[in-house]
Design a protein around this ligand. Structure first.
Ligand code: ZN
Ligand code: MN
Length: 146
């Protein structure tokens, strides 16, 4: 985790920062800094992108926010700092939570290697982005009950 240069050691709570905190609180969408800026600039017309970026960096340094690195295009942020995994739709970029894998021992791990933690990332296509897949019958759906 990169530390922010001690610009705001006390994290002064400006109205803009409070707005960013409110937006992030309980937010499950894993927004990027650009997403947050786009959502809040109407409410705070004077707010700069740098304010959003710097606030996120401060929150990261304070441990109140996690950077999710599943999206290669841009950093995504998660106010849920408890260990968990993610899956991402490669078409629309939607990220969803998965429970953290537990006691997973990777096949091929050298003997004596003690697994401390593991970070699993799944990439795929969500339902909304694959309308054809919705209509396609899976083996489960063929067994229709009447
Ligand atoms: Zn999608
Ligand atoms: Mn998450």
């Amino acid at each position: 985790m990169k530390k922010t240069p001690g610009k705001d050691p006390a994290f002064r709570l400006t109205p803009q920062r409070a707005g960013i905190l409110r937006f992030l609180d309980g937010n499950k969408s894993h927004p990027s800094a650009e997403d947050i800026y786009a959502r809040l600039r109407r409410k705070f017309p004077g707010m700069s992108f740098a304010t959003v970026y710097n606030t996120l960096q401060s929150l990261l340094a304070l441990g109140g926010l996690t950077e999710v690195k599943i999206d290669g295009a841009r950093a995504r942020f998660d106010p849920d700092t408890k260990p968990h995994s993610h899956l991402m739709c490669v078409s629309c970029g939607a990220i969803a939570d998965l429970p953290a894998p537990r006691g997973l021992r990777p096949a091929g791990a050298p003997s004596g290697f003690k697994v401390l933690r593991c970070n699993v990332e799944f990439y795929g296509v969500c339902r909304a982005c694959a309308p054809a897949a919705k209509k396609e019958k899976t083996s489960c759906q063929k067994k229709k009950r009447k």
